[in-house]
Design a protein around this ligand. Structure first.
Ligand SMILES: Nc1ncnc2c1ncn2[C@@H]1O[C@H](COP(=O)(O)OP(=O)(O)OP(=O)(O)O)[C@@H](O)[C@H]1O
Ligand SMILES: [Mg+2]
Length: 188
């Protein structure tokens, strides 16, 4: 079976996306699943959760891979960017991803860059879990374009619910325009 891509998202900040990604990754690993966690936020909080403090010193991050995709450059071998901690593999992030965000906005048809990066890795994992940034920008659209399912973290506040409606609308649009396999009712 090929791995499923689960996006952990919310347009709201500080609602537990990164912590949920981390916990979901280790929960699935403890059930015997092969898991790859992907930090897709330039804040690199998930990377820090995995114990990397100086994220700027990581030579190959998801930002570097996205740049290579956008520029049609050859991808490095997975051994150069997939790291491992206690039975969970992960791809780190750093501030490089914020430059990608700016670049993506100027590119046409670049919604599938993350999907292209993850595609060859699906043979190695049961789940590829992607932590996203708290914005509905080009990076989050790229993440949703790669997704089989979405986990949305929320806190029960009025303004958070307004953001949730927008996020659900975007998911519907992505499903009809870019990624028909995206299943809003996906069951992990
Ligand atoms: N279930 C929980 N119960 C209590 N505190 C939590 C829970 N989940 C996360 N937190 C705390 O909430 C804070 C924000 O969590 P986290 O960094 O995962 O949010 P985030 O949505 O990824 O934030 P950002 O939008 O900045 O990326 C952290 O301090 C975390 O420890
Ligand atoms: Mg986060």
């Amino acid at each position: 079976m090929r791995g499923k891509v689960i996006i952990v998202g919310a347009t709201k900040g500080g609602v537990g996306k990164s912590v949920s990604t981390y916990n979901l990754a280790y929960s699935l690993a403890s059930m015997g699943k092969r898991v790859l966690a992907v930090d897709f936020d330039s804040q690199a909080n998930l990377t820090t959760c995995f114990g990397i403090e100086d994220t700027a010193a990581v030579p190959v991050t998801i930002g570097h891979l996205m740049m290579a995709q956008i520029e049609n450059e050859a991808m490095p071998d997975a051994s150069e960017y997939v790291q491992s901690r206690n039975g969970v593999d992960f791809i780190p992030s750093s501030m490089v991803l914020s430059a990608v965000d700016a670049k993506l906005r100027l590119e046409m048809g670049a919604e599938k860059m993350l999907a292209n990066i993850l595609e060859p890795l699906k043979d190695r994992y049961d789940y590829l879990i992607v932590d996203t940034c708290p914005a509905l920008g080009a990076l989050t659209i790229n993440a949703l374009a790669a997704a089989d399912g979405v986990v949305i973290t929320v806190n029960p506040q009025l303004l958070a619910m307004v953001g949730l409606q927008e996020f659900l609308k975007t998911i519907k649009k992505i499903k009809s325009r870019i990624n028909p396999k995206l299943d809003p009712a996906y069951d992990v």
